[in-house]
Design a protein around this ligand. Sequence first.
Ligand SMILES: Nc1ncnc2c1ncn2[C@@H]1O[C@H](COP(=O)(O)OP(=O)(O)OP(=O)(O)O)[C@@H](O)[C@H]1O
Length: 359
Amino acid sequence: MATPVRGCRIPQRNTGGNCGQAVDEPSGSAAMTTTAALELIGLRTEFRIGGAWYPAVRDLSLRLERNETLALVGESGCGKSVTALSVMGLVQPPFGRVAAGSILLDGMELAGASEKALETIRGDRMAMIFQEPMTSLNPVMTVGDQVAESLMIHRGLSRGEALERARALFEEVKIPSPAARLREYPHQFSGGMRQRVMIAMALACEPAVLLADEPTTALDVTIQAQVLGLLADLRERHGMAVLFITHNLGVVAQIADRVAVMYAGEIVEQGPVDVIFADPRHPYTRALFAAIPRLDQAEQELSAIGGRVPPLDQMPEGCRFAPRCPLAQAGCELPQPLVALAATHAARCHVTTAAVMHA
Ligand SMILES: Nc1ncnc2c1ncn2[C@@H]1O[C@H](COP(=O)(O)OP(=O)(O)OP(=O)(O)O)[C@@H](O)[C@H]1O
């Protein structure tokens, strides 16, 4: 029987020969010896509730390579946004804190970095786009000036140079009549066009890492498909690494190379998209699949996942999904390590990984 490696802070490099072993960080990439575009190691982010600190993200490790899209998937309240906000340095005292772990941007440690240092990196080497662009756009400033602003700050361009670059960016994200639209205000754009403005703004300084938090959720399906296509195209062209946050597995299939499924602050399963779709191992991943409608099945029973993600101050011991899990049994009350099922696939469930654990 393989010996689980518990509490190990340094990720074990997964070279493919460790099936059945507990791992901190399984990854599908071949570039395991190179520096990742973004690497999280043992990330723990906490919020203060009633005078005590509780983790919203716990012992989370993942690698994101250049020119790769990793989808972070899970229900509302699983910790997806908190993960991205932690990377951006936007979880701050007195209400929240990154309590432990490393956030490495191209090898550079961001955990514990000063606000001044983070300001020079945000919008430059890493950028984030959100579900609702209106919350990020300034309603009383033209969109052209908003895109130009980051180029003036981070690249030292003059306003004229920055506006010319903004025009080129609008063209790149396929905003029609880009020169004219630069002079308009956010309310003059449709939802899909506003998201393109946000993408142009995020791309302005050619970030190495793009964090996309449900960027297409508020759009209708046709516009959603167009924006997803655009993001895939831009990622390819700019060689960016994209962390794509979504609760929608259909979107994952369209855009991602790899998937990390999150539940209650932990990654419960991780692997390449085709592997996760063909052979989901964690009961939570399976439940997410059972809850999506499929066009290839005439008769189908959709099963909503009963219950809800527990609040931070009421997390169960051991497997956090156990209270909602149809396979829960003795042993689930114990801490569950992430077990490697193959070189690139791992799950955190002693029931469905038992075969490899005991091999
Ligand atoms: N500022 C905060 N103070 C206290 N708790 C918070 C705060 N922000 C997030 N949380 C809690 O952290 C947990 C994870 O939230 P998070 O927003 O990351 O979930 P999510 O998976 O992104 O969900 P959604 O898709 O709804 O945004 C939740 O329990 C949430 O209530």
